[in-house]
Ligand binder design. Sequence first.
Ligand code: HEC
Ligand code: HEC
Length: 280
Amino acid sequence: MRTRVLGGRPRQERRLVPIIPLLAVLGAPAAMAEGARPGAQLFTQRCATCHSVGEGDRIGPDLHGVLERRDEAWVTRFITSPGALIDSGDPVANELLSKFNGVRMPDQSLTDSERASLYAFFRDCTQKGKGGCKPSPAEKMGTDATPEEIARGRRLFEGTESLKNGGAACIGCHDVRGVGVAGGGTLGPNLTFSFARLGEKGMRPALAKVEGPMMGALYAKAPLDEEEQYALKAYFAEASRDGSRPRADRDFFYLGVVGVAAALGFIGVVFASPSSRGKS
Ligand code: HEC
Ligand code: HEC
């Protein structure tokens, strides 16, 4: 862990350094068009319970190609208040209503920029061809996970379920409070509070890109797939929620306090002596 300061960098880490840039290039995942990203997240949070994009009808219609089959102004009017449009006698809206068993889509209050980002997401998906696109599960907030997703994250972490691309189980190098029989490895930082520390914003890229000297070299060729990223994020979010500190962190914390106190004491002695001499 941090004790590596005493002995310099571990050997295998130094050996891995030159191949990292190459692996990073080879392993770079295809990125979603920039403008579509917030739209994908919004879609997952607000629309995906009832709609898919390219995976068929759910409670509401499949929205793949919706901006090609309908005029954008109509879509905007519909989303803002489906009920008003239906009641106004709009034929398309009424046809949809009867096709979807009389279930009325609730009014969606969206700002102009939220709507624009949703449309960017729809267009990006349509461009990807017939299959449309499933918004990345990694876009979903770690704190919105179901118990099954959290449990899967734990199994992936512990290695009782293998990672799809053959990556090493995290437990070999990381501990999380309550994990495994004898706890996890200590080569990497304790991840019990990683979600609290990194937040949703930091955790998502951490699991998508898996950077850092050791992790980058290990997972560049065996990246975590999006569902694995999500399950692990959900598991870390859950681990962060419990307030008690894990042992390893607490020990380190006390060592830190003692260390700082010792250092301050030392500085105090060094600086105190000449000045007190000066006064006398
Ligand atoms: C509770 C379920 C539900 C949610 C949530 C929901 N919708 Fe709908 N949506 C429907 C239903 C049902 C229809 C079919 C029309 C009707 O019956 O009102 C529909 C129709 C649509 C249509 C028209 C599709 C077409 O083929 O013309 C669009 C566009 C649409 N929804 C967009 C959205 C967007 C964007 C969101 C999220 C911001 C969203 N919906 C959230 C249920 C939902
Ligand atoms: C071979 C050891 C090793 C394995 C296996 C490993 N890690 Fe790491 N991990 C590290 C090290 C060491 C670091 C510190 C940064 C670095 O050197 O890459 C780290 C850093 C991290 C961080 C950043 C922590 C922070 O607070 O910034 C996250 C998140 C993380 N690892 C998650 C995982 C996950 C998820 C897995 C399993 C899929 C995993 N690690 C597997 C060694 C490992």
